[in-house]
Design a protein around this ligand. Structure first.
Ligand code: FES
Ligand code: FES
Length: 161
């Protein structure tokens, strides 16, 4: 049996100590060990963005990261957004603009949008394209997704946090 080690992951503001083989994917740890099923597997090779999480505020593909690479790193999944029963403004905008069909891609899009707005609060179409180019929607909900993202970005420019 392969060696199992202990790793401390800071996920959604809580520390979780997991025992796993160092080569276990972050995606599998989050879904299977921590029950965070908003993190989804699509391609498994870093192309579709379904498995996106934030690490240190940056969107990353959890299918490409090993648990040994995220020891003591700050990870955020969609379950960690919002609080006290109130959705994050990006989540709210996706609902208001019907920015999904099956919603398989939605957590990834939301997290990429959150990261973009943290770094680039002024909406810029080029930046928007760059940030969201790593997320694919097989249902083709792009028009509604972009509407939601532009709306929340405009709200952000006018003052909400
Ligand atoms: S499952 Fe990770 S990028 Fe597609
Ligand atoms: S809403 Fe189905 S994949 Fe995007």
């Amino acid at each position: 049996m392969a060696n199992r080690e202990r790793f401390a992951l800071h996920v959604n503001g809580q520390i979780h100590v997991v025992e796993a083989e160092p080569t276990r994917r972050l995606l599998d740890v989050l879904r299977a060990d921590l029950g965070l099923t908003s993190v989804r597997e699509g391609c498994g090779i870093g192309v579709c963005g379904a498995c996106t999480v934030l690490m240190g505020g940056r969107p990353v593909s959890s299918c490409l990261l090993l648990v040994s690479q995220v020891h003591h790193q700050e990870i955020v999944t969609v379950e960690g957004l919002g609080g006290n029963g109130v959705l994050h403004p990006v989540q709210q905008a996706f609902i208001e603009h019907f920015a999904f069909q099956c919603a398989y891609c939605t957590p990834g899009f939301i997290l990429s949008t959150v990261a973009m707005l943290e770094k680039e609060p002024d909406l810029d179409e080029q930046v928007l394209g760059e940030y969201l180019s790593g997320n694919l929607c097989r249902c083709g909900s792009y028009l509604h997704i972009l509407k939601a993202v532009r709306t929340v970005a405009r709200g952000r420019q006018h003052g909400f946090s």
